[in-house]
Design a protein around this ligand. Structure first.
Ligand code: NAD
Ligand code: WQD
Length: 349
C-alpha cells in the first residue's frame, strides 16, 4: 500500500478509541481537515484492519498505539513521548445490557480510563478535548425534540458512566480556565463509509437495531425482533434520531477546528438530524436500499426502552457550524454496502 502524506498538518490529535466504529470514520474526517492523527486503542472492541483501511481511505498514516486507558502509567508515557494539541476521546465500553450485568467493569474502564486521560492531559499541558457523550444522558425525556438543557436522568450504569465523565470534564474546565472542551451527545449513529470499506462490526449478537437489520439481510440471522408494537408513536414502534456515521465524524472535525480558534468551557452539543424515524420505517428504507427482505416479528417491549427520542440539533449548527446532510436512504445504502462487502465484518479482511 502506498501512503501519500504531503498535507500541512494543522494540529496533532490523539484519538482514543480511534480503531472503533465512530472513531475510525472520524480519523478520516480529521485527516481531511489536515490534522495529524495518532490513535490510542487497546483493541478490546476493534480490529486493527479498521485502522489499515481508514489509512487507505484517508491516504495518510494513523499511528496506532495499543494502550489501555486503565493503565495510568502507559497513558502518561504516551504524553511524555510526544506533544498533542488536542484529544478526541471515544474509548469506552458501550453496551447498555452488559453494563447492567458488569457495572464495575464499566466504571473502571470508562470513568477510570477517563481520569487517567485527563490527569495525563493536565500533567502535560494538553488543554483541548472533544468527548463522545450520548443521548442516553436524557433517559426518558419529557418532550421531543430534546435540547441540551433538558433534564439529565440516566437509567443504567453505562449512562451513568457517560454522565460522570461529562461531570468530570465540566469540573476540569471549572478548575482550569484554559481547559477547553466540547461534549458531543450522539443520538443513534448508523451507516458506514460510502466506500463500504469500514463500518460497524459488533461482536456477538448485535444490541442495536441497524446492525441487527444488516445481519438479517445478509443471512446471518433469521428474523428481526421488533421490541413493541404498541408504543404511542406513528406506527406503534419506537422512534429514534438515526444519524449517518460520516455526518457524525464530520462533526468531530468541526468541533476540533472550533477549539483551535475559540475557548469552550465544556459546551455540550446534540448530534442528530432532528428527524424521528420508527423501527418499521427504518426496516422499509433498508429493504428499499438493499433489495433484500427483512423478515420481522413484533415481540414484547425491551426493558428500559422509551417511545420517542429525537434531537434539537440547532446548537451544534450555531456553535460548530455543523448539520447532518445524509438521510435515512443513504444511511441504509451505506450500511448495506459495508455489510454485503464484509458479511462477517473485519474477520474476512
Ligand atoms: P466502539 O466500541 O466501536 O469504539 C470504542 C473503542 O474504544 C474501541 O475501539 C475499543 O477497543 C476502545 N476502547 C474501549 N476501552 C478502551 C480502553 N480502556 N483503552 C483503550 N481503548 C479502549 O464504539 P463506538 O460505537 O465507536 O463508540 C465510540 C464512543 O461513542 C463511545 O464512547 C460510545 O460510548 C459513544 N457513543 C456511541 C454510540 C453508538 O450507538 N455507537 C452512541 C452514543 C455514544
Ligand atoms: C433503537 C430502536 C428499540 C434492536 C442505544 C443505547 C444508547 C446509545 C445508542 C450509546 C428502539 C428497537 C432495537 C432490535 C428493535 N448508545 N430495536 N429490535 O436503544 O435508542 O439506544 O444505542 O450511547 O445509549 O441505549 O438504540 O438501536 O438499540 O434501538 O426493535 O433488535 O430499535 O426498541 O426502539 P437505542 P437501539
Amino acid at each position: 500500500m502506498t501512503i501519500i502524506s504531503n498535507k500541512i498538518n494543522a494540529m496533532k490529535i490523539l484519538v482514543t478509541g480511534g480503531a472503533g466504529y465512530i472513531g475510525s470514520h472520524s480519523c478520516i474526517e480529521l485527516a481531511a481537515s489536515n490534522h495529524q492523527v495518532v490513535i490510542l486503542d487497546n483493541l478490546c472492541n476493534a480490529s486493527p484492519f479498521s485502522v489499515a483501511r481508514a489509512e487507505k481511505l484517508a491516504e495518510t498514516r494513523f499511528r496506532l498505539l495499543q494502550v489501555d486507558l486503565r493503565d495510568a502509567q502507559a497513558v502518561h508515557q504516551v504524553f511524555e513521548r510526544e506533544r498533542f494539541d488536542a484529544v478526541v476521546h471515544f474509548a469506552a465500553l458501550k453496551a447498555v445490557g452488559e453494563s447492567v450485568e458488569q457495572p464495575l467493569d464499566y466504571f473502571d474502564n470508562n470513568v477510570g480510563g477517563s481520569i487517567h486521560l485527563l490527569q495525563a492531559m493536565r500533567a502535560h499541558g494538553c488543554k483541548r478535548l472533544v468527548f463522545s457523550s450520548s443521548a442516553t444522558v436524557y433517559g426518558n425525556p419529557d418532550s421531543v425534540p430534546v435540547n441540551e438543557d433538558a433534564p439529565l436522568r440516566v437509567t443504567n450504569p453505562y449512562g451513568r458512566t457517560k454522565l460522570m465523565m461529562e461531570d468530570m470534564i465540566r469540573d476540569t474546565c471549572a478548575a482550569d480556565p484554559e481547559f477547553s472542551a466540547i461534549l458531543l451527545r450522539y443520538f443513534n449513529p448508523v451507516g458506514a463509509h460510502p466506500s463500504g470499506e469500514i463500518g460497524e462490526d459488533p461482536r456477538g449478537i448485535p444490541n442495536n437495531l441497524m446492525p441487527y437489520i444488516c445481519q438479517v439481510a445478509v443471512g446471518r440471522r433469521e428474523c428481526l425482533s421488533v421490541f413493541g408494537g404498541d408504543w404511542p408513536t406513528v406506527d406503534g414502534t419506537g422512534v429514534r434520531d438515526y444519524i449517518h456515521v460520516v455526518d457524525l465524524a464530520r462533526a468531530h472535525a468541526h468541533a476540533i477546528n472550533t477549539l483551535e480558534h475559540a475557548h469552550h468551557a465544556a459546551t455540550t452539543l446534540n448530534l442528530g438530524t432532528g428527524q424521528g424515524v420508527s423501527v418499521l420505517q427504518l426496516v422499509r428504507a433498508f429493504e428499499q436500499a438493499s433489495g433484500r427482505k427483512v423478515p420481522y416479528e413484533i415481540v414484547a417491549r425491551r426493558a428500559g426502552d422509551v417511545a420517542e427520542v429525537y434531537a434539537d440539533p440547532q446548537r451544534a449548527r450555531d456553535v460548530i457550524g455543523w448539520q447532518a446532510t445524509r438521510g435515512v436512504d443513504a444511511m441504509c445504502a451505506d450500511a448495506w454496502r459495508w455489510q454485503s462487502q464484509n458479511p462477517d465484518g473485519y474477520i474476512s479482511a
